[in-house]
Design a protein around this ligand. Structure first.
Ligand code: ADP
Ligand code: MG
Length: 262
């Protein structure tokens, strides 16, 4: 079946055995899966988290393996780390020099640019976007990965100046502002090699009325044929309109569906 279903309780007692990636439960185990040391240490030493939450344990490994993910999990279950770890790892894997140079060796870094964004996280509100960006910056602290936010109600000009100065590998945005930036050829913001797209709090994005913006963004972004992209969708609830959104964005032949009960 294309649709694999997990419940967090079943998963705890029965690790997947049908060729699915093995379940992991400790952040330290990410090292064995080839996740960059700086990223793992930012979690285990910077944030001091040892054990994954259910949604993290059930999605990080699949996402690292390149699968699309549709995950339903309640608020407060750690969805932010669940999607940030695999997408930041993907950015580093595509540009290995980002994680290489030790402190002080700036020579190995590429010049900053904001027209080659590799990952975009969409969030329904400015506050949530800023929280996600803050967590992403903590994770990226000892890597060369740069994170920017693009949200409504803020100065577009100062955001763009900062993105041009610092570069932008990962953009956390609200749908309205992202559409605005991608539609504006003078913004300098572009993502022709976008490798990962996250739709966070998908149910709330639709409640807030971002359906049109999400449709527009879908049509502006490079097609999957032009540039293969991984999509991760997280939502607290899965009403019909969220399932339709997932159908639009998710690769039907390579995805994981995860539902957690706690
Ligand atoms: P959600 O997006 O599911 O509502 P968040 O990603 O905002 O949840 O996480 C909720 C809180 O739990 C945050 O303060 C976060 O830093 C913390 N957290 C996330 N993962 C872990 C973990 N594995 N161990 C302990 N705390 C965690
Ligand atoms: Mg969240």
């Amino acid at each position: 079946s294309l649709l694999r279903f997990y419940s967090s309780e079943a998963a705890a007692s029965q690790p997947a055995s049908d060729g699915a990636p093995k379940l992991i439960s400790r952040f330290e185990e990410l090292l064995q899966l080839g996740v960059t040391e700086q990223l793992v240490r930012a979690i285990t030493e910077g944030m001091r988290y040892e054990t994954m939450t259910d949604v993290q344990s059930l999605t990080i490994n699949s996402a690292l393996a390149g699968k699309d993910v549709v995950a339903q999990a309640k608020t407060g279950t750690g969805k932010t780390l669940a999607f940030l770890v695999p997408i930041i790892q993907k950015i580093i894997a595509q540009q290995p020099r980002l994680a290489q140079p030790p402190r002080g060796h700036r020579w190995a870094r590429d010049p900053p640019r904001c027209d080659d964004i590799r990952a975009i996280v969409l969030s329904p509100t400015r506050e949530l976007a800023e929280q996600i960006a803050e967590e992403a910056r903590r994770l990226c602290k000892n890597t060369g990965v740069t994170v920017q936010t693009a949200v409504g109600g803020t100065q577009k000009k100062s955001m763009l100046l900062r993105a041009r100065r610092e570069g932008c590998h990962l953009l956390v945005a609200t749908p309205g502002r992202l559409r605005d930036l991608l539609d504006d050829p003078t913004s300098g913001i572009d993502a022709p090699r976008l490798a990962a797209l996250v739709l966070d709090e998908a149910d709330r994005m639709l409640d807030v009325g971002f359906q049109d913006e999400l449709d527009a963004i879908f049509h502006i972004l490079p097609t999957i044929e032009q540039c293969p992209r991984q999509t991760l969708l997280y939502s607290a609830t899965l009403p019909k309109h969220v399932v339709s959104l997932a159908r639009k964005f998710i690769n039907p032949t390579n995805f994981e569906f995860v539902q957690t009960v706690k």
